[in-house]
Design a protein around this ligand. Structure first.
Ligand code: 0WD
Length: 275
């Protein structure tokens, strides 16, 4: 499969085929829907299809109108469609205040954001600036810890926390650069959160999708080559889609997965075992 083929929507939308109500009544907060290609959108759609109620955010006023149709498609109430740039003091907290007001509880929180300044992302790790490193860590890793901290008191009946990582955390991928160590920190933070929150019935899942053509991915150098290699080498000889990631993530949010926590969940056609 080539880069171009992956961006063609599947003839039959696998999320539309789902016939499960396993998430009915569950309250899910989704952070990181930038457009309809976002991994977070695949996850939100799958969860909604299984019956979950969705809250979501937009990054700023410029992006608000782009994501409004997606919020409508997910039946997000206007009170739970809120601005959230994790670098702006108080915005994530304001979202959790709204969740507390409107739902009074939370079952699922999904973190699907990452950022590193272009110059640092495109340079060697050894040349990374202090500011660039700290910013990448704050947006891509620490914000997940903050999210878990805010979610804990709302997950009164337990719950599931998700974050998106990449295999470049464990092995050197050319051009992944500073995001490698940042994702390694994120994955390890997820393990500690799983251990700390497990006694309260809160599960933590670092999800590791294979390469998918998204806006964030367009910031990684020679991403096309990475995709071609993954498609050729993965045991399943295919690239994953946001629908694949969404469906597997939605499954992990159900009670069927209640004894699974803390594991990195690879959704990559097996690429990580050969890549
Ligand atoms: O191949 C891929 N696309 C993979 C992505 C493979 C494995 C993992 N991932 C990860 C990414 O590293 C990221 O953590 O999945 C997550 C989601 O990425 P995506 O779905 O690939 O990318 P995209 O649709 O661009 O969503 C990322 C969004 C940003 O989009 P824009 O293009 O508007 O920057 O992260 C958000 C933003 O919406 N974001 C922020 N949100 C709040 N506050 C911030 C911030 N400071 N910075 C970025």
């Amino acid at each position: 499969m080539t880069f171009t083929e992956q961006s063609t929507p599947p003839a039959e939308d696998p999320i539309e085929q789902v016939n499960s109500t396993a998430l009915t009544g569950k309250k899910a907060f989704i952070l990181g829907i930038a457009n309809d290609q976002s991994i977070a959108y695949g996850c939100a759609r799958a969860m909604r299809k299984m019956g979950a109620d969705i809250a979501m955010t937009y990054r700023n006023d410029k992006t608000k109108s782009y994501t409004q149709p997606l919020a409508d498609a997910l039946d997000v109430p206007s009170e739970l469609y809120l601005p959230c740039d994790v670098q702006i003091e108080g915005q994530l907290e304001a979202v959790f205040e709204a969740l507390t007001r409107h739902w009074g509880r939370l079952d699922i929180a999904l973190h699907s954001i990452a950022f590193a300044p272009r110059e640092d992302l495109h340079g060697r790790v050894v040349d990374c600036s202090r500011e660039g490193f700290l910013m990448a860590m704050e947006v891509s890793c620490y914000s997940f810890i903050r999210m878990a901290h805010l979610a804990e008191p709302l997950m009164k009946n337990g719950g599931a926390l998700f974050t998106m990582t990449f295999y470049g955390a464990e092995r050197v991928f050319e051009h992944y650069n500073v995001m490698g160590p940042v994702k390694a920190a994120l994955q390890t933070a997820a393990l500690y959160l799983a251990a700390e929150l497990g006694p309260k019935g809160i599960r933590v899942h670092p999800i590791s999708p294979g390469p998918i053509k998204t806006r964030a991915a367009s910031g990684i150098g020679r991403f096309d080559e990475l995709m071609e290699r993954a498609a050729a080498r993965a045991p399943e000889r295919a690239l994953c889609t946001i629908e694949d990631v969404g469906l597997a993530t939605a499954f992990l949010a159900t009670d069927f997965a209640k004894m699974i926590t803390g594991d990195v969940m690879y959704i990559d056609g097996g690429y990580h075992i050969v890549g």
